[in-house]
Design a binder for this molecule. Structure first.
Ligand SMILES: Cc1cc2nc3c(=O)[nH]c(=O)nc-3n(C[C@H](O)[C@H](O)[C@H](O)COP(=O)(O)OP(=O)(O)OC[C@H]3O[C@@H](n4cnc5c(N)ncnc54)[C@H](O)[C@@H]3O)c2cc1C
Length: 384
């Protein structure tokens, strides 16, 4: 089917953020929304995400984003008719220094103001309540919030996209944007592998590839790909059937249930920037000793497989959201690092409002790309 010759707004990228933006635009009554995805919906980072959803951030803007987003995930099936398997067993952060405990305590005070009932626990309480197999050696505290958990990002993306279609959006997959025509200050069209579409408004939701899209209008978005790997075990009954998504914060390592098995992941600070999504088992040499130290029963687990995907990483590991000063009407939502799926509901709403009204209900001004020029970086203490 030919692409429409003209679109009111073109969204580039069919991950969770692009699909949510299409949904929110059409919900606000916008017609003529065209979303272009070069592969398939959720084929980028979204479909390779661990699906974690949390409120425990240290900056108020990130908590405000989750204050809108978590209820959307909680009511997803009612809103979108799609079951996203939201396992709401909480996030359990394991903390190994008094300084971290103090930071998480201060954060909890702020998170509670947003209605998130974050509990502060001793290591013994965390172990006895959730994970009797936990080795608490070296831990001094923990936090837990029961409204957090994990869900299926691919189903959520399809949920947003289906509703957007029903509300009038055109969504085309297998179409790559290859250029953006600009005359003076104005965007005139996007060029694609399927022809040219006239438009004056572009929203870049291209994840780790957003820098390439920005260069099409002669601008920079400081976002790069950063490979993250995760692996899953075979059925494993030596840990509880249900337990929180558990993060050994200092080790940068997480563990959660996946069916009867487990998913484990860990950030590799030595990983260089790049776009490779090759799964490389050698990283397990770092992860496995750290995981077995914290959960000695894991020495009985079998590795069933693994995958790699890209964090769309920004220099301060926080989202880059806003509208370029030039050319006019080039909007961007990218750079989410490890938290783009969970933020997609609020970010989609905000992008829709910014495109249609030029302002947002949530104050997301601190996420503007201008912060990298002015040096006002976002100091988010809880990045995984
Ligand atoms: C292993 C791993 C674990 C993660 N865990 C979590 C987690 O627990 N919770 C969480 O919230 N986040 C997590 N993330 C991060 C999360 O996946 C991303 O931040 C999020 O998916 C970004 O969504 P997006 O829609 O912005 O980008 P993407 O999903 O990457 O979508 C961008 C899309 O743009 C398309 N595109 C690019 N260029 C073009 C072009 N020229 N023309 C057309 N289409 C184009 C791509 O094909 C892609 O589908 C994790 C990521 C990884 C890799």
């Amino acid at each position: 089917m030919a692409l429409p010759a003209r679109a009111e707004i073109v969204i580039i990228g069919g991950g969770a953020v692009g699909a949510s933006t299409a949904y929110h635009l059409t919900r606000l009554g916008c017609r003529g929304v065209l979303l272009l995805e070069r592969e398939a919906l959720a084929a980028g980072s979204t479909g390779r995400s661990a699906g974690g959803i949390r409120a425990q951030f240290s900056t108020e803007a990130n908590v405000a984003i989750m204050h809108y987003s978590i209820p959307v995930f909680e009511h997803f099936e009612e809103l979108f008719g799609v079951d996203i398997s939201f396992h709401q067993d909480g996030y359990l952060f394991l903390l190994n220094t008094p300084e971290l405990v103090e930071t998480f305590h201060r954060n909890a005070l702020m998170q509670r103001r947003y209605g998130f009932d974050v509990e502060e626990l001793t290591p013994e309480e965390a172990r006895d309540r959730f994970l009797p197999q936990l080795n608490i050696e070296g831990l001094v505290g923990a936090t837990w919030c029961g409204r957090e958990g994990y869900a299926d990002p691919t189903s959520a993306t399809h949920g947003f996209a289906n509703r957007a279609r029903e509300q009038g959006a055109t969504i085309r997959v297998g179409v790559e944007v290859t250029g953006i025509e600009v005359r003076g200050e104005r965007i005139e069209a996007v060029q694609t592998t399927e022809g040219t579409v006239a438009t004056h408004v572009v929203i870049c939701c291209a994840g780790a590839w957003s820098g390439q899209i920005a260069r099409m209008v002669g601008r920079e978005l400081p976002v790069y790909g950063w490979r993250q790997q995760a692996f899953f075990t075979g059925p494993f009954d030596l840990l509880p059937e249900r337990f929180p998504l558990t993060i050994d914060f200092a080790a940068g390592q997480y563990l959660r249930r996946e069916g009867r098995g487990l998913v484990l992941g860990m950030t590799d600070e030595n990983e260089p920037p790049g776009f490779s999504t090759h799964y490389d088992e050698s990283w397990l040499e770092q992860l496995i000793p750290a995981a077995i130290h914290r959960f000695p029963v894991l020495e009985h687990a079998t590795i069933a497989g693994g995958w790699a995907g890209l964090y769309d990483r920004s220099p301060d590991e926080n989202a880059v959201i806003g509208e370029m000063d030039s050319p006019s009407r080039f909007l961007y939502a990218t750079g989410f690092s490890g938290h783009g799926f969970m933020q997609s509901p609020a970010v989609g709403l905000s992008m829709a409002e910014l495109a249609l009204y030029g302002k947002t209900t949530l104050d997301l001004s601190e996420f503007s790309v201008e912060r990298f020029r002015s040096g006002r970086l976002i100091r988010e203490a809880i990045v995984i």
